[in-house]
Design a protein around this ligand. Sequence first.
Ligand code: NAP
Length: 435
Amino acid sequence: MPKNSQVNIGLLGLGVVGTAVAQVLLDPSGFLSERTGSPIFLRRILVRDITKPRSLEIPSELLTADPDAILADPEIDVVVEVMGGEHPAFENIEAALRAGKHVVTANKELMAKRGPELLSLAVDSGVQLLFEASVGGGIPIVGPLRKDLQANEIEVVYGIINGTTNYILTRMGQEGADFQDALAEAQAKGYAEPDPTADIEGIDAAFKLAILASLAFHTRVRATDVYREGVSKLKARDFRYAEELGYAIKLLAIAKKGLDGVEARVHPTLIPKDVLLAKVDGVFNAVEVTGDLTGPVLFYGRGAGPQPTSSAVLANVLEIARGLASGDGSPAPPVVDRGFPVKPMSDLVTRYYLRITATDSAGVLAKISHVLGDENISVASVIQKETDPVEGTAELVLTTHPSSEKAMQKALEELERLDVVWEIGNLVRIEQMGD
Ligand SMILES: NC(=O)c1ccc[n+]([C@@H]2O[C@H](COP(=O)([O-])OP(=O)(O)OC[C@H]3O[C@@H](n4cnc5c(N)ncnc54)[C@H](OP(=O)(O)O)[C@@H]3O)[C@@H](O)[C@H]2O)c1
């Protein structure tokens, strides 16, 4: 392959991330070029509205609202997609790959939904499709799974991969804030979108987990394969009770490989308060990967924001530019799909935390234990919390030994029918990490 005397970039999107990427690419010191061995030029930028005021001074001839000005320009070697969403990002990336251009994307939604077909197209077209920024913002995690850890059989991936919910849960745990107050504060600080659904319902984390699990296990894990529960049912007192029991509560993304398939789930989780992941607070993210050779490896840092995300995008640009400058072009490695099935949630076996409001009288606990026992769920601990003398109720917090999810869901239905049970306050899964 001939060596490129320069590398030309087409940028799709000039929003939060695109502006930070453009700022570095337009840096007159040219320090990126030094690191690759050939000059790197930002040649064109696609936006929706070329007349919109921009926070960065951009030469007007760089801006275009016509995707073909980039996708059909034979001089452009690398397309960087930071538009977001599935459409038209998919069509634009597809066109870029078909035109023989390398692609870098930060788009978790697109990679979670359409990643495998785009990666196969990249292989067929002899170009690279890199996506470091799609998970964990500034934290290198996609690259380590693709390269540094590739000699391992990955057994488990645990992730705190949504900064917005981690900020909210940290406020609830440390300050006793209510969910709505913590969410409003996250919005006021710009950590949560005006419509926070994708974050608080675990949709964003499920996209990222689908990407991580697919990479870790060399198998296709779709976003829709990931079981997902959000954080809005958690109450400040769940954090107090969890603390008394020796746990923190995190929105944990969990992927595990067993003999019979892969588990992929995102839900609030009690984790022992002395493990490192329990100490990942605020908007910080972390991913712990356990390989058969390495044992656990922890990646920690800023999971979003313009500068951290631009670091990941630009690292991918440099990787491709180095290949072009040296003439090897760095074609993508083949896509391996080992075809492991993703197990249904009903097959899960785990421990549970269960908060129930029940009549405050003798024999109630026996009735509840009886229902659980009928489903082979054995109680590990029970504590009686606040009582309400006016209503005549008490709040009970139970933890269980490992039990099947199917049995637990059946037991919950039975418990709701008991005359002494006023409300199932919350059911949270416990991850006994390191066991
Ligand atoms: N923000 C973060 O911290 C972060 C972190 C990690 C990953 N990401 C990912 O990075 C990507 C970009 O996020 P962002 O926060 O930078 O988004 P953003 O601020 O909404 O910016 C989107 C940009 O794309 C342009 N655009 C969107 N649709 C377009 C279309 N149909 N035609 C032409 N231009 C279009 C917009 O043009 P106009 O400017 O003209 O409106 C805007 O410049 C997303 O995939 C996101 O998931 C973001």
